[in-house]
Ligand binder design. Structure first.
Ligand SMILES: [Zn+2]
Length: 676
């Protein structure tokens, strides 16, 4: 982001947003309605309670697929969750069951899935009723007072309790959370944070703020400050070489370069700002993304990490845990700072990186996804920084089981953060995926229906229905790519909306009012690693559609009975294309055609948009060590005496949204039309 962009953004927001704009500018808490010195600063927008937003259209289908897949069944066959020590079993007793609950709770409550809700309530009952009198949960070692114990799993479990309390209002769960936080407060006096807890301290602030806002106990904010003091200062860490230097292949695993820690930590400035509302936190959040994009950025809005930060090369992987954690961080960042760029990035990750790493039926997933990924095989010759040979398989627990337990939060938390409340009794759209909202403004019911196939379409229809006539602001995020965006209220003339800003409609809403939004999606070409080009349109990135051959592997390993098996995927059609495209006029050689959004929206056959492009195969571009080989710019340059791009004819090729692919090429060498 240039300083000019940032300045114009701040001006536009300040002009349109009233009190909420102040959060973007980092004013003191006293500037906010409801905020007070020494208290928690009020965020720009507050998430609605879990269940006030329900998925609709393709998003409802996606959540149903998820509940019918691994997410809704993991506890039934995977010992690390089903027989977890958290639930009285003898299997893993650390992060896996809390991770699963962290996604399964919002999934079950958003779908109102009775059987899943009942099982989850049973697990929560066990955790709460087996909490020890000293506040520690049952997996905590009995001799913990004399032994070091990494606080990470407790930070995570407390976040789960906060979410369950939000969903159910169960007062026992809030009490259990407060007791746990009290025990942590005493525990940190004895043993300061170290290892995972030290690098993930800010996760604790989520549950502490929840408990504080329900109890107003001042010691809770002291605990938050203790965590911040004892934890890693990521805002300073980003000023050093640890973040910028890519981890060498087969390199050294480091806490400071760990991709999941990094993705989680991007929300640390937002959480810190609520304790200490200084402009520096807002600035450092933006700076963290500038640094990550510059050194490790991927076209999906993610950064590489396999599983340590690994540079911009599109064959380096990104761990699935980092994808879902970055989404959660971006939801916090938009909520606290009200900066639409965070919601732009949230959509980019949600619609591209999230579905790409999970099979269309959501029974198998990858540990590491690659932006250029023509095949996924067990690969001893891999070039990951620190991961193993199975990291890009689609499977039950490829490489390691953290993503198996943690992937579930991605879609459900996205749904519950689609819209948020403004500080002045209004409502704001973070993203335009289809949903239905039932909430209260000015203490009266208001419903909002969002009918759309966005991001596969440009049009969004929003119907606002208050239960009585009332005046409130409705804030629309206008994506930065959407030049020429318009909104039409009922039969009024359409009004323009500025791209990259928040568009505020303040009016008296009376009966059902239909807003017709249009976000023009134009093809764009971005230049990336090794001067390769990527095709983008609206929030979607487009990849070469490659025929797939799936082969089952590891069938003899435990718990791999279908449908939760492991698979290799190989290309059944050519993949080694360069793209013939005019970067200044990409529309001249790219044609986008709308298709019905499939029953499985993120599958090759279900793609809601298909593009045709022109490409030329590059014979020299082959699989090397199991991955797409690397082509230097010289390899594809016009002057190359080997003329690699001229030995094949120009063909019409099909591109589909990145999130619909399982294997893909996304960053294409750019080749010319002819030898002239
Ligand atoms: Zn993981």
């Amino acid at each position: 982001m240039s300083s000019v962009d940032r300045r114009s953004f701040l001006v536009s927001v300040a002009a349109g947003m009233g009190a909420a704009a102040l959060s973007v500018r980092g004013e003191t808490a006293a500037s906010f309605p409801g905020g007070a010195a020494g208290d928690l600063a009020e965020p720009a927008f507050r998430p609605l309670r879990l269940g006030e937003i329900r998925p609709a259209g393709w998003l409802a289908r996606q959540l149903r697929i998820q509940a019918d897949g691994l997410s809704g069944h993991l506890d039934e066959f995977w010992p690390d969750v089903g027989q977890s020590q958290w639930f009285g079993g003898t299997a893993e007793g650390w992060e896996r069951a809390p991770y699963w609950l962290d996604g399964a709770i919002p999934l079950a409550w958003l779908l109102d899935d009775g059987p899943l809700k009942r099982r989850i309530s049973g697990y929560l009952d066990f955790i709460v009723t087996h909490q020890r009198p000293d506040g520690w949960f049952s997996p905590y070692p009995e001799n913990a007072s004399t032994k070091r114990y990494d606080m990470w799993a407790i930070l995570l479990a407390d976040k789960v309790l906060a979410q369950y309390h939000d969903a159910t209002g169960d007062a026992r769960v809030l009490d259990a959370l407060v007791k746990s936080l009290r025990a942590m407060s005493l525990g940190l006096e004895r043993t300061p944070l170290y290892d995972w807890g030290k690098f993930r301290w800010y996760e604790g602030l989520v549950s502490i703020f929840h408990a504080y806002e329900h109890t107003r106990e001042p010691w809770l904010l002291d605990l938050a400050r203790t965590l911040r003091t004892q934890g890693t200062d990521f805002e300073s860490l980003f000023a050093g070489d640890d973040i910028t230097i890519p981890t060498p292949r087969r390199g050294l695993w480091k806490w400071t370069k760990h991709v999941v820690n990094t993705a989680m930590a991007t929300k640390a400035p937002a959480l810190s700002w609520r304790l200490d509302p200084r402009e520096a936190h807002a600035a450092s959040a933006a700076r963290m993304f500038e640094i990550l994009d510059r050194w490790h950025g991927q076209v999906t809005g993610m950064f590489s990490g396999d599983e340590c930060l690994a540079g911009r090369n599109p064959v380096q992987g990104t761990e699935l845990c980092a994808v879902v954690e970055l989404m959660y961080s971006l939801e916090h960042l938009f909520s606290v700072f009200g900066d639409p760029r965070f919601a732009d990035r949230l959509e980019r990750v949600a619609f591209n990186a999230l579905p790409a790493a999970i099979a269309p039926d959501m029974w198998s997933h990858q540990y590491d996804q690659q932006v250029n990924q023509p095949q996924c095989t067990i690969n001893p010759d891999h070039g990951w920084s620190t991961n193993g040979p199975e990291s890009n398989l689609f499977g039950l627990e490829p490489n390691y089981g953290c993503c198996t337990s943690n992937m579930h939060q991605g879609w459900p938390k996205f749904v519950s953060h689609l819209w948020m409340k403004t500080p002045d009794e209004g409502i704001a759209a973070a993203s335009y995926a289809p949903c239905a909202i039932a909430t209260r403004l000015h203490d009266a019911p208001v419903s909002i229906a969002v009918d759309t196939d966005y991001p596969f379409r440009e049009a969004v229809r929003i119907t606002v229905t208050p239960s009585r006539s009332m005046r409130f602001p409705l804030v629309l995020r206008v994506p930065a790519w959407a030049d020429g965006a318009t909104v039409r209220i009922g039969s009024e003339a359409p009004q323009g909306m500025r791209a990259g800003a928040l568009h505020r409609l303040e009016r008296t809403w009376n009966g059902p009012t239909v807003l017709s939004l249009r976000f023009p999606m134009r093809p764009a070409i971005s230049v990336r690693y090794n001067d390769a080009v990527a095709v983008e349109r609206g929030p979607l990135v487009y990849s070469l559609r490659i025929g797939e051959q799936w082969t089952r592997v590891n069938a003899d390993k435990p718990h791999r009975e279908l449908p939760h098996g492991d698979f290799e995927v190989r290309p059944a059609t050519p993949w080694n294309y360069g793209l013939v495209v005019n970067s200044r006029d990409p529309g001249a050689s790219l044609r986008f055609e709308e298709r019905p959004v499939g029953e499985r929206p993120f599958s090759p056959d279900g793609a809601g948009v298909v593009a045709t492009a022109r490409g030329r195969r590059i014979s020299r571009w082959t699989i090397v060590n199991g991955w797409a080989g690397e082509l230097s710019p010289a390899d594809v340059a016009q002057a190359d005496p080997n003329a690699v791009q001229w030995d094949q004819p120009v063909e019409t090729i099909a591109l589909i949204p990145y999130g619909c692919t399982n294997i893909r090429i996304t960053e294409f060498p750019k080749v010319r039309e002819g030898a002239d």
